[in-house]
Design a protein around this ligand. Sequence first.
Ligand code: CA
Length: 224
Amino acid sequence: MKILVVEDEKKIASFVRKGIEAQGFAVDVSGSGDEGFLLATTRPYDALVLDIMLPGKDGLSILRNLRQRKVPVPVILLTARSELNERLEGLNLGADDYLTKPFHIEELIARLHAVVRRAAGTSQSILAVDDLTMNLLTREVRRGQRALELTPREFLLLEHLMRSPGRVLTRIEICERVWDYNFDPGTNLVDVYVQRLRKKVDGDFPVKLIETIRGVGYRIRPVN
Ligand code: CA
């Protein structure tokens, strides 16, 4: 999952970044409305955390312009207590949720999970491919009866693969979605992680689910 945070208060931006990263999500942070808008319209994000008062374009203008351009990305507004009118306007403009400062990071994380799940249209919390299942709420992963222990990054990588069975994810896509890195073709980071994940998911099981598409990337084998 990749989140864009547009917030000019450095302390809040940094605590939000740390909290989101601790979940194993990738995060971009921008302190300027203009840059934030540019990022939101040119890069794929799973959700935006948007402050209202910003240098450059303000949060509500960003939201209005995104919705005018039919960018459907879920948006959580950060508002001050005094900004009641802005909050209402934000919800009218198509914000998915809002949080009033100060807030607990756990609260923001829970809201992020909720808006992303809603946006994905997956009210169900379990992903399944063949006998491999992933519970997004409890974060349990099972292959048949066996529980698999995954690190947060491995979980995220597998989640991306399982969300679109059969679709090949390129190394670039994986790198951008699972890590916050611009792809460096010299690195074998993705391959190393996929091998690690494959050991746990496919290991000694007779049916192998994770497939390498040579020179392109990886996919989870579709059922049948
Ligand atoms: Ca601000």
